[in-house]
Design a protein around this ligand. Sequence first.
Ligand code: THU
Length: 137
Amino acid sequence: MTELKSREIDRLVRAACEARDQAYAPHSHFYVGAALWINGGEIVTGCNVENASYSLTICAERVAAATAVAQGHRDFVAIAIASVGGVKPCGACRQFLSEFGADLQVVMTDVLTGTRQIRQLSYLLPDAFDASRLPVT
Ligand code: THU
């Protein structure tokens, strides 16, 4: 398992904070940025994108993960999430991220205080549903 150094985490958190500036959240006014550290050092970011239908809203974490996959990346080491209060990822995002590995480091940052909390994804989503439960075709 790859562990990021503290200055790498600093970089990742900065990228998540910058990504948050692009958040499209006219309905909730809750702005979230996410930054994924790809094995090898590349960073891919995302922000939440809301919709007037509410339920079509996409969280920053899923935007970052889908963008990374679309760019050819699947080997994720860590994700930083930047918001007021340093929120933890929602259940849907935990499941979405777990597709790419349960040992992902999740760094939750409060943009107001700079406070950070780091958890492994398997801690946030124990006993996750995964492909091993699917019939082999
Ligand atoms: N949101 C995220 O982007 N990530 C999270 O971890 C929590 C919630 C977004 C979805 C919605 O646009 C807004 O925050 C309020 O729920």
